[in-house]
Design a protein around this ligand. Sequence first.
Ligand SMILES: Nc1ncnc2c1ncn2[C@@H]1O[C@H](COP(=O)(O)OP(=O)(O)O)[C@@H](O)[C@H]1O
Ligand SMILES: N[C@@H](CCC(=O)OP(=O)(O)O)C(=O)O
Length: 378
Amino acid sequence: MSNERVPGRDALRGARRVVVKIGSALLTNDGRGLDEPAIGGWVDQIAALHKRGVEVVLVSSGAVAAGMVRLGWQVRPSAVHELQAAAAVGQNGLTQCYEHHFARHGLLTAQVLLTHDDLSNRKRYLNARSALRTLVDLRVVPVVNENDTVVTDEIRFGDNDTLGALVANLLEADALVILTDQEGLFDADPRHNPGARLIHEGRAGDPSLAAMAGTGGALGRGGMTTKVQAARLAARSGAVTAIASGRQPEVLTRLVEGERLGTLLCPEEAPMAARKRWLAGQLQVRGSLVLDAGAVKVLRGSGSSLLPVGVKALSGNFVRGDMVLCVDEQGERVAKGLVNYDAVEASRLLGKPSHQIEAILGYMEAPELIHRDNLVVL
Ligand SMILES: Nc1ncnc2c1ncn2[C@@H]1O[C@H](COP(=O)(O)OP(=O)(O)O)[C@@H](O)[C@H]1O
Ligand SMILES: N[C@@H](CCC(=O)OP(=O)(O)O)C(=O)O
């Protein structure tokens, strides 16, 4: 195992928000019900990251497999209604298990069950986004799974790799870490090819990776194919994806320390550029800010954040986190970005220096109206 510095690994090292996906193959100890001691170990690692200020959202599989064990079923049913019943029974066990282990660290968890509709319908997408952001801001660890009990075959994600990537997009996470039962992506399925070699790093969009990823294992659904696809999806919003074995000691901690573990798949372009393009394309504009000439100059010239002091007027009924358009005094488009204050608060801050924010509002979310990481100059 090498500790040499590899550029893409720095994105993990500096990650502030990470989506961790734990797959069925790993969680259920090859079909013997939930592997509670192992879950306890991942929770310890997530709690350690939390302590360092890294925000972690967990995407956890295992409901169907845990339900089967609770119901005494030896064979995974194929009928949808039976799978749904097993998921409903098993999800309870999964939630209890995470709640119990995170409580040992004084951390609260929240169960978030999502369906495809929730992320493809604009209104529900925004609702899911603001609920998850709020949970993360409250320092709660969201534990996400697919809402298996209500989904039908046509609309299911099926595998949680895709769900993990969509959650990474939703929260503009810096990294998606997929923990599975293999050390990473190999150039052939290591279960059937003892000589298969681990891919250490790659480009998320590289078509040759798909060819190496065979089909799914017996318990999980997607195998490596959906993990490679998930990396491509996650890259849209600038997230790097690590695929690693959950059985490696301290795997999460070591990955965010930049250790060369597992497979790292990086976006084609710099993460920030990808993230900004994603931002610009994703969200509907909910309002606009009129900037004075000084603010226009620094935004265009030096890519600075937008401070309230440079804003003369606003329109629209936006809330914190919404996309707003920034225009100059002639109405010319200058930038788009995610605003840190809602319209009522922002209107009270117009033209004011940032050191007065706390006195005016009674609290300060951030000194800038739009942080430069959330700003796209047009
Ligand atoms: N190229 C490959 N590299 C690594 N694993 C592979 C590859 N091709 C197929 N696999 C299989 O993918 C399985 C992991 O996928 P899956 O069972 O869906 O796990 P999970 O439940 O964690 O999502 C491995 O056990 C392995 O047999
Ligand atoms: N939602 C399902 C998980 C589906 C699944 O196994 O996904 P994966 O871990 O990606 O192979 C469950 O909780 O059983």
